[in-house]
Design a binder for this molecule. Structure first.
Ligand SMILES: C[S@@+](CC[C@H](N)C(=O)[O-])C[C@H]1O[C@@H](n2cnc3c(N)ncnc32)[C@H](O)[C@@H]1O
Length: 233
C-alpha cells in the first residue's frame, strides 16, 4: 500500500486531470458508451450499470421533491446526470477533465436534457454550491485516505441530504488486481485504485458528522466497488 504521508493534492489532481483528458477519456468513454468491447471491459460496463441502477433506486426511495438539485461530482460522460435530468431533477455536473464535461454536454444535448444540467469543469475538492443530494461514483476510488477525507469533507458540506458514492474498501486484494487490470493500461498504473480502511472511513464520517445509512458491495466480472449512502446525523 502506498503511504498517504507523501500525498500531494495538487500533483494528484494534475495527474488525474491529465489521465482523464487523454488515455482515460478514450478508455472510459468507450466503456460508458455503446461500442463493442473486450470481454473484460464489457463486464466493467455491466457492473457499472448495476451500480448506477442501485444508486438510482436508493435516490428514488428518498422521494425528493421534483426539481431537487443534485450534484454529480466527477460526472464522466454524464450517464447519471442525464438520467437524473430526464427524471425531473436539476443537476450540477462537474468533472476535472474538460473532455469529459464536453462529452457530457454533447450527450445531454442529444437526449434533450441539457437545459436541466449545469456543467462545469471543476473538482470534487473545490466545487461549491448547495444541493439536496450529492452523488460521486468511481471517483473517490482514485484517492488515498488523506485526499479521500479532504474531498469527502467538501462534498458532504454541500448538502444537508444524502451523499451516495463508491469507494474501494481495504483488504480486497483480488478485487484490487481486477480493478487495476480493468481500469488502467500498464503505463498508467500510477493511477491505481486506492483502498480505504474502515478506520479511515469512520474518520471521514466523524469529521463530517455523517453516518452510513446503507452500503452494498457490487461485484460483477471485473467491476468491484462499494456503494455507500451516508447522511448527516
Ligand atoms: C471512472 S470515471 C466515473 C465517471 C462517472 N462518475 C460515472 O460513474 O459514470 C471517473 C471520473 O472522475 C473524474 N475525476 C477524477 N478526479 C476528479 C476530481 N478530483 N474532481 C472531479 N472529477 C474527477 C474523471 O475525470 C472521470 O470523469
Amino acid at each position: 500500500m502506498s503511504s498517504t504521508s507523501s500525498f500531494n493534492a495538487e500533483e494528484h489532481q494534475k495527474m488525474l486531470r491529465s489521465y482523464f483528458n487523454g488515455n482515460g477519456f478514450n478508455r472510459w468513454s468507450s466503456i460508458y458508451g455503446n461500442e463493442k468491447l473486450s470481454t473484460v471491459r464489457t463486464t466493467v460496463r455491466q457492473g457499472h450499470a448495476v451500480m448506477m441502477d442501485k444508486a438510482y433506486e436508493w435516490l428514488d426511495q428518498l422521494n425528493l421533491p421534483e426539481n431537487s438539485a443534485i450534484l454529480d461530482a466527477g460526472c464522466g460522460t454524464g450517464l447519471f446526470s442525464i438520467r437524473l435530468a430526464g427524471n425531473g431533477y436539476k443537476v450540477k455536473a462537474v468533472d476535472i477533465a474538460a473532455q469529459m464535461v464536453d462529452k457530457s454536454r454533447e450527450e445531454a444535448s442529444a437526449k434533450g436534457v441539457e437545459d436541466r444540467i449545469d456543467f462545469e469543469v471543476s473538482t470534487i475538492e473545490s466545487v461549491k454550491g448547495s444541493y439536496d443530494a450529492v452523488v460521486c461514483f468511481d471517483v473517490l476510488i482514485h484517492y488515498p485516505a488523506e485526499g479521500f477525507i479532504e474531498a469527502f469533507k467538501n462534498l458532504s458540506s454541500l448538502t444537508r441530504g444524502p451523499i451516495i458514492f463508491t469507494y474501494a474498501p481495504y483488504n480486497r486484494i483480488l478485487a484490487l488486481q481486477h480493478w487495476i487490470g480493468g481500469f488502467f493500461p500498464k503505463k498508467e498504473r500510477r493511477t491505481t485504485i486506492q483502498m480505504i480502511t474502515d478506520e479511515n472511513m469512520q474518520k471521514a464520517m466523524k469529521e463530517t458528522g455523517m453516518v452510513v445509512k446503507n452500503r452494498k458491495k457490487i461485484s460483477f466480472g471485473f467491476y468491484h466497488t462499494m456503494l455507500m449512502h451516508a447522511e448527516r446525523k
